[in-house]
Design a protein around this ligand. Structure first.
Ligand code: COI
Length: 349
């Protein structure tokens, strides 16, 4: 049986020990739950972190009616705690719920729950520059019934976990031209559990070949780059910051949006359009300066060192003076309150 770390054990642990644990392994001491029954939200409460008791008939266990978000709280330079882009995460959560036929969570319920929980868990927020508190709001269909149907009951839960770097080194990604993550009209734009479960098999094949992640291509042509496993993807080529447009199959990433906004303010040329991987090969073969990186809440700005395309591997620029590190630093400065938060992205707790 898996050993679950007790609260006392956790308290005895140095927060630096948690750094040695895999991402998301150690929950903080408390969690938030609210139940949806008879058409309304009820029993909203913060409790000690605990396991759930569910009937084996529970709908989410069978048909994947689950939605989640990933957010971060940071310890700022002045000692305040901020939650990054609460509103944008709430909007995406609402869109995901709508697509999955799940009830809306009122903005006030979502926002207050996050603020209340983060305030209680302040001591779990790592103070080191690479540390943050990862916040995972999610909803599951809890009606106990094995028939295929939209659930009438739900649990909205928020848990937190101290987080450090998701990827500890520059990544090797494999361009995936057999399997697909999402197709037009599907659920690719929303954050539902099934999108991730379906990606495991191709990702495992890529891992077996020595890659950290797959780089998805579109389902129709297998020609256009979509996103990578846990993050959106960006390229900096010929002084242009390029990223696939929000085509209806990729996730509308909050970090994607933040990095694009920052880049525009730095007068960097931006191109949000389809990126054919043959164009990318052409650029590599012409010896162009090519930076590639992932952008995501958990991943942050994650450098990509190698892109495997077919039997060839292409090396990207990851030296210290790369543009991606300037963008990473600009985002860091906003997260930590080192620069004026012009966009009001930080919700101070
Ligand atoms: C995030 O970046 O917050 C995600 O949800 C991606 C991954 C951890 C599943």
């Amino acid at each position: 049986m898996q050993h679950i770390i007790s609260i006392t054990e956790k308290m005895e642990r140095n927060i630096m020990d948690i750094k040695l644990e895999p991402f998301g392994k150690i929950p903080t001491e408390h969690m938030f739950t609210a139940e949806y029954k008879n058409g309304e939200w009820q029993n909203a409460q913060v409790t000690p972190f605990h396991n759930l008791t569910l009937s084996p008939l529970t709908l989410c266990l069978h048909y994947g009616q689950t939605v989640f978000e990933g957010m971060k709280a940071f310890l700022m330079n002045d000692g305040n705690i901020s939650v990054f882009r609460l509103d944008k995460h709430y909007d995406r959560f609402s869109k995901s719920l709508h697509r999955m036929c799940m009830p809306k969570v009122p903005n006030e319920l979502f926002t207050n729950a996050i603020k209340q929980l983060v305030k209680i868990e302040t001591k779990w927020i790592p103070s080191s520059p690479d540390g943050s508190l990862y916040i995972r709001p999610f909803m599951i269909a809890t009606e106990s019934r094995i028939g295929v149907k939209v659930s009438e009951e739900y649990l909205f839960i928020i848990v937190c976990s101290p987080a450090y770097q998701y990827y500890s080194k520059a990544l090797k990604v494999k361009l995936e031209t057999t399997y697909v993550r999402a197709s037009l009209g599907g659920t690719g734009t929303v954050k539902c559990g099934g999108n991730y479960g379906g990606a495991f098999f191709p990702t495992q094949l890529a891992n077996d070949q020595g890659y950290d992640q797959v780089l998805w291509t579109d389902s129709q042509h297998h020609g256009f780059i979509e996103e990578s496993g846990t993050m959106n993807v960006m390229f900096f080529i010929d002084n242009v910051l390029m990223t696939p447009e929000l085509s209806g199959t990729i996730l509308d990433g909050v970090t994607r949006d933040s990095v694009l906004t920052i880049a525009k303010e730095k007068d960097i040329n931006i191109s949000e359009k389809q990126i054919n991987y043959h164009e990318l090969i052409h650029s590599f073969e012409n010896g162009k300066h090519i930076e590639a990186f992932g952008v995501g809440t958990a991943a942050g700005v994650a450098p990509i060192e190698v892109i495997g395309i077919g039997l060839k591997e292409y090396k990207c620029y990851i030296e210290k003076d790369a543009m991606m590190f300037q963008l990473q630093k600009a985002l860091y400065d906003i997260n930590r309150g080192l620069v004026f938060d012009v966009h009001h992205w930080n919700s101070i707790i």
